[in-house]
Write a protein that binds this ligand. Sequence first.
Ligand code: SAM
Length: 359
Amino acid sequence: MTRGIVEAIEGHYSALALDALHQLGALNRLKAWRSHVELAADCGVDNAMLGPVLDFVVATTTLLESDGMGRIRLTSGETEHARIAHMLDQYVGGYGPALAGLATLLRERRWGEALVDPDRHAAAFAGDNDGGNPISETARIIIHLGTTGVVELGCGGAQTLCDIAGALPELTAVGIDSNPAVVAQARRLVQSRGFADRIRIVHGDALDALTGISLDGVQVVLASSFLNAFWREPGDASARLRRLSGLLPGRLLVVSDYYSHLGAGAGVDRGSPRTLIHDLVQAVSGQGVPPSSVDAWAGAYSGADAELLHVFEATGDGIDRFVHLVRLPDRPATARASGGPGHYADPPAPAARPNPEQC
Ligand SMILES: C[S@@+](CC[C@H](N)C(=O)[O-])C[C@H]1O[C@@H](n2cnc3c(N)ncnc32)[C@H](O)[C@@H]1O
C-alpha cells in the first residue's frame, strides 16, 4: 500500500485521534450508537471539539460509522474491538513516543528503548483474564509435549503459562518479565485463574533472574515474542542463547516469533503493512529487526551451538509467524567472531532442518 503525503498525514492523524478516543474510554462507549454530545458528557470532554474529531475518523477510516442523524458507532464486533485496542496500545501508545522522537533517535539510537511507554505496551499484552479465549498455537504445542516444568522468558501477562497450566495439572512454571506493570498483570491473572501454587512470576531481566531461581525441574524454556528484542547488533541473539545454554543446558527451547520483512536488507515487500509497522518499531525502539527467514534464525541458533529441531509456520494477522523447537547444547558454545547474524548482515549458511509444517 502506498500513499501520497496527504494520505500519509491523514493516516497519522486518524491513528492519533483513535488513540485519544481509546484513552478516554470513548471507543468502548461507541460499541453502541452515541451522539457526540452524549459521548462528550459520558467522557467529560469538550463536545465542540469532539464533534469534528469523530467526523474526521468516520471520514478517514472504516472503524467508525455514522447513521446520518448525528449518531456514531464502531463498525465491528467484540473480537475486532479487542484487536483495535491492542494495536493502539502497542503501536500508538507504546511505540508512538519513539516514532515521534525519530529524528533524535536516528542520531542517538540508544534512547529508543527509553522512549517506549511501558504502561501502554503492557496494556497491549494484558489480554483477557478469564481463560475463555482460544488457546494459542504455542500453548498447544507445549501442552502436546506434556512437560511438567516450564520457564517463560518475557512472559507478558502470563496468558500462555495459564493456558498450559490449565491443561497440564502436573505443571509448575516460572514466568519472568522486566516490565513491572506486566508483572503485576501476570500475577493478577495467575491468582484469578487459581494457579498461584504452580506458577511463579518473577520481576527482572530474564537471564539475570534465571541465576537466582531453582531450575531443577525445568524441561522447556519458552521465548514467545522475546528473542525478537535482541537484533540490534550482529551476534546479540546468539550471545543471549549461549548464556541461556549455560544456565539451562540440554533443555528444549520453544521460540515463538515472526519473520520480518525489513530484516533481510534486500528490499521491501509492500504487501504486508502489519509486518512493516512491527519491523519499524523494532528498529526505532532499539531492539533491532529480527531475521526474515528460517535459515537466518537457524544461523543464530547454531551460533550458540543450539540445534533447530522442528519448524511450525503460519500467517496470522498479516504477520508470518513461527514456532521453532530448538535443542540447547549440553555444553554452551564459546563466543565466535561472527556470532550469528544481525539485521542487514549477510545471511548465514542454511542449517539442516526438517520440513516446515503449518500450525
Ligand atoms: C512482546 S511481549 C510478549 C509477551 C508474551 N511472551 C506473549 O507472547 O504474549 C515481550 C515481553 O518481554 C518482556 N521483556 C523484554 N525484554 C526482557 C528482558 N530482557 N527480560 C525479561 N522480560 C523482557 C517485555 O516486558 C514484554 O512483556
